[in-house]
Ligand binder design. Sequence first.
Ligand SMILES: [Zn+2]
Length: 97
Amino acid sequence: MKLKRQKHDTSRYIPRNIRDEVYARDRGRCTFLAPGGKRCGSTWDLQIDHIVPFARGGDNSPSNLRLLCARHNQLEAERAYGNKFMKQFHEAGHDTG
Ligand SMILES: [Zn+2]
């Protein structure tokens, strides 16, 4: 099995049976809702996302977990953590024009 693991994921390990439950509930599809209310539904490179981030007290119960495709997982992560991070880049960026 090819799984990309990141160091910080070890503290939020999700037991197999919980993963199975989330997969079954979400029917193995990305649950991301576009602004228009349309569900992504992608089956590509699915990852389990914490609705309330683990770092903010979210737990590993199925009600706090959802399936997101890699792209939307990234998007949500940027939304949750990235604002300050991205702003840094903008402010640090030098206009070489
Ligand atoms: Zn998606």
